[in-house]
Each structure stands twice: as C-alpha cells, then as structure tokens.
Design a protein around this ligand. Structure first.
Ligand SMILES: [Zn+2]
Length: 203
C-alpha cells in the first residue's frame, strides 16, 4: 500500500482506479450490471442523482461530489493512505455507519456485505433531487441528503404503523400520497443563495 498522506484524489479518480480492477476485489459491484455511467455507492448501490448526459465520465462523477463521499477502507486516523486503492465511493448513510477499520481487508468485507439499495429510498431521492443534478455546492448537498433521510425514515415508520392498522398513520400516509410535492422536494430549492464559504469547494 502507498504511504500517501497528502491530498485526497477526486471522486472521479477513485472511480477510475476501480474501473479496471473492481472484479478482483468487489466481484458483485453494481458496475458489473450497470457500467460506470451512473455514480453509485459501492456498498448499497444507491444511485446519486446526477445529470447523466454531461458527456464525460469525469464530469458525471465530478458532479456526484456531495452525494457520494470518498470513504477510506483502512481508516485514515489509523494509518490508512489517501491512495485510490484505499478509497471507495460511499453514500452518506453507508459512510456514517462504517466502522473505523484498522485493516483494509475488513473494510472491503464491510463494503461487499452491504445490502442492495432500498428502492424506496432511491425513488425518494430521485424525486427530491433529480431536478437539481449538478447543484454546485457539495456541503449543501450533504445537508439536503441528511434532511431527506430523516424525513424518509419518518415516512417509513409511518407506513409501517399504517400497515399494522394504526388509523392515524393511515390518514397521514394518504395525505402524503395526495401531496403534489411528495416525496421530498425542498421548498424553493433553486432560489436559495449560495452563502456557504465552502460553496465553491470542488467535489
Ligand atoms: Zn450506500
């Protein structure tokens, strides 16, 4: 393994590294089925909401920054490198619950054992963010995604309660389904000014 402790490679550079090597390490990777034209989480196969018509893979993966994160396999704080071989694209949810691995192979097992994406979560995020593909503010994307996940898990709980016959939950689910703004489009998303000083950080 390299000893680079320097800057992180871009998300695209990480993806590019794995394009020709993934089968030996991640034989069941989603790319085997869908190719590399749609940026995805290596663990749960969640597809980041990006504009796939941008022309180059570099541009497409570049615009996924903020939706997908570069996760260290051998944890950085425990001595892991910033080499692409030690990094994988993960969604926020998979990265948040990833343990800090002192060994690259254990981390690879964690990524490989991930369950396939929840199709409801995919539908939810496509509906919420599909129109804002390429939004140039990765820190804001992280916030949007975190807020959406909170709302999504609330809705999941509500649907579970409705399924069990909770009448109050049934009414609330019916209301949600009748709401034209469902699933989660944030209000006036495109009107928000970019005020975060990190807004121009590159993915
Ligand atoms: Zn994931």
């Amino acid at each position: 393994m390299g000893q680079s402790r320097g800057a992180m490679p871009s998300l695209y550079r990480v993806a590019e590294y794995w394009m020709s090597r993934y089968e030996a390490v991640f034989p069941d990777l989603y790319a085997y089925y869908i190719g590399w034209g749609e940026p995805f989480c290596f663990r749960c196969s969640w597809l980041a909401p990006v504009d796939e018509a941008q022309g180059s893979l570099a541009a497409i993966w570049g615009s996924a920054g903020g939706w997908l994160e570069r996760a260290h396999l051998h944890d950085w704080a425990l001595g892991g490198s910033n080499e692409p071989e030690n990094l994988v694209p993960l969604c926020r949810q998979c990265h948040d619950i990833m343990p800090e691995f002192s060994c690259r192979q254990s981390a690879i097992s964690y990524v490989r054992d991930g369950v396939r994406k929840n199709s409801w979560w995919q539908f939810f995020t496509d509906g919420a963010f599909g129109a804002s593909a390429g939004f140039p503010n990765p820190p804001f994307k992280v916030k949007l995604l975190r807020d959406a996940y909170v709302r999504f898990t609330e809705i999941e709980r509500l649907v579970a309660a409705a399924t069990k016959g909770d009448e109050n939950a049934v009414v609330r689910v019916q209301k949600l389904l009748g709401d034209a703004s469902w699933p989660a489009r944030p209000p006036r998303l495109h009107d928000r000014p970019v005020t975060d000083p990190d807004a121009l950080a590159t993915p």
